[in-house]
Design a protein around this ligand. Structure first.
Ligand code: 13P
Length: 255
């Protein structure tokens, strides 16, 4: 399985960031083991698709609506994202869950839409899950993440998950943007648990091919040990993905 190094630019980015893919490639050469994905704000999707085409870097959105079109001011549909040439979409990020009402049920509908049910969008959803600090301290982290996965993936049929069109990102809420990271043991335990949930849901053959990313304060200094863990198949990176030298250093940490 290739390692996916995914940049979530959140609400950062100007049109002149279009030079960043070339800068990234000057720092990190394409190889057979690492896939690189950049998820810029929506206004940059199309221009970034064009800028990344020659560099083998994929582009994804940070959200989409579950409806194809309609009176949903401020929203963008999965089909619209796909029309830009983007191929991934982050869904259920904890910031969307905390600030924009993205419940597990909403994420389930968006995941379904992203995969293209009836509309042919065919995006790869990156479904984000993760516990709060209070939930971890109460010993409920695995139960919370398992519950999120069960609902978020509930609208997928056997034909939807072939392992190549679905990505899971484990992002403990308390680790995002804080500099705090779970212990390697806790990350490994959670990723193993997620693999188990996916196996229950899709069977071992498909589950074993689904990439499970870790996200939350991934930096060049800690990337190597996190990415070396057995069930960690990549990283979803916020702050350290805004500068190409640190994103390249994280990609270079893949063994
Ligand atoms: P940080 O890497 O800034 O902690 O953000 C992680 C994240 O939210 C990626 O989606």
């Amino acid at each position: 399985m290739k390692t996916l190094i995914a940049a979530n630019w959140k609400m950062h980015g100007k049109l002149d960031w279009v030079d960043k893919p070339a800068e990234f490639r000057s720092l990190f050469r394409a190889n057979d083991v690492v896939d690189v994905l950049i998820c810029p704000p929506a206004h940059m999707l199309e221009i970034m698709v064009r800028a990344c085409a020659g560099h083998g870097i994929s582009i994804g959105a940070q959200n989409c609506h579950d409806k194809t079109s309609g009176a949903y001011t401020g929203e963008i549909s999965a089909q619209m994202v796909a029309d830009t040439g983007a191929t991934y979409v982050i869904l259920g990020h904890s910031e969307r869950r905390a600030m924009f009402g993205d419940t597990d049920e909403v994420v389930a509908a968006k995941t379904r839409a992203a995969l293209g049910a009836g509309i042919g969008a065919g995006l790869v959803p990156i479904v984000c899950v993760g516990e709060s600090r209070a939930e971890r301290e109460a010993g409920q982290a695995e139960e919370v993440v398992g519950g999120q996965l069960a609902v978020c993936l509930s609208k997928l049929g056997p034909e939807d998950a072939d392992g190549t069109n679905l990505v899971i990102a484990y992002e403990p809420v308390w680790a995002i943007g804080t500099g705090l990271v779970p212990t390697l043991e806790d990350i490994a335990t959670m990723h193993d648990h997620i693999r188990g949930c996916l196996t229950t849901r899709f069977g071992v053959k498909i589950a074993d091919t689904i990439q499970i990313l870790y996200g939350g304060s991934v930096k060049p200094a800690n990337a190597k040990e996190i990415l070396a863990l057995k069930d960690v198949s990549g990283a979803l990176i916020g702050g350290a993905a805004l500068e190409m030298d640190s994103l390249a250093a994280i990609a270079a940490a893949v063994e």
